[in-house]
Ligand binder design. Structure first.
Ligand code: GAR
Length: 190
């Protein structure tokens, strides 16, 4: 019998720490989750998250040739019959060509309340602008950076005492909570 009947074959792309990857792996092991993580790809061979994935017996690819990263990744995605890519702290911008060629959904988690603060240094910008709220968003990846349809987002209050580090910590906590929910919501509504 198939071990994960009906679950979508998922690839997670990371670049570093991998705390969101960890939350996705934990989620994928639950009976009622809709994903099975088949492989983890990193553009950084030293990404901490690769170790956790490997310990969880997931295939890892952290040494993909830089100059051919996208084509080699596409071959792996085909080999593992991947239906869904989740970017989780993946700091490389995927080309329009890659998105077109993969042709299945790609989701991303971004540490801001999109459409606010696309790109980098989101927490610093929210604090400098004296925003009352920060947050995280899960959205579909399109050719335009951080601009695809938002699937789920959640807010946190920015306190006067917050700094970039404390805000990052608070937002990361909600990231771990909402990325699994957003994936299941997205897949349920496909
Ligand atoms: C997370 O905060 C994620 O939202 C952010 O990088 C961090 C990765 O942490 N992603 C982006 O900024 C994408 N533009 P993690 O490696 O511990 O999951």
């Amino acid at each position: 019998m198939e071990k994960y009947p009906g679950k979508k074959n998922t690839a997670v792309f990371i670049s570093g720490r991998g705390s969101n990857l960890k939350s996705l792996i934990k989620h994928s092991k639950k009976k009622n989750s809709l994903i099975k993580i088949r492989l983890v790809i990193s553009n950084n061979p030293d990404a901490e998250g690769l170790k956790y994935a490997s310990r969880s017996k997931i295939k890892i690819y952290g040494n993909i040739n830089k100059s051919n990263f996208e084509n080699n990744s596409l071959k792996l995605l085909e080999k593992y019959n991947i239906d869904l890519i989740c970017l989780a702290g993946f700091m490389k911008i995927l080309s329009g060509n890659f998105i077109k060629k993969f042709s299945k959904p790609i989701l991303n988690i971004h540490p801001s309340l999109l459409p606010k603060y696309k790109g980098l240094n989101t927490h610093e910008r929210a604090i400098n602008n004296k925003d009352r709220f920060a947050g995280a968003s899960i959205h579909k990846v399109t050719e335009k950076l951080d601009s695809g349809k938002v699937i789920l987002q959640k807010k946190v209050k920015i306190l006067k005492t917050d700094n970039i580090r404390s805000l990052e910590k608070k937002v990361l906590k909600i990231e771990h909570e909402i990325y699994p929910k957003a994936i299941d919501k997205f897949l349920t509504n496909l």
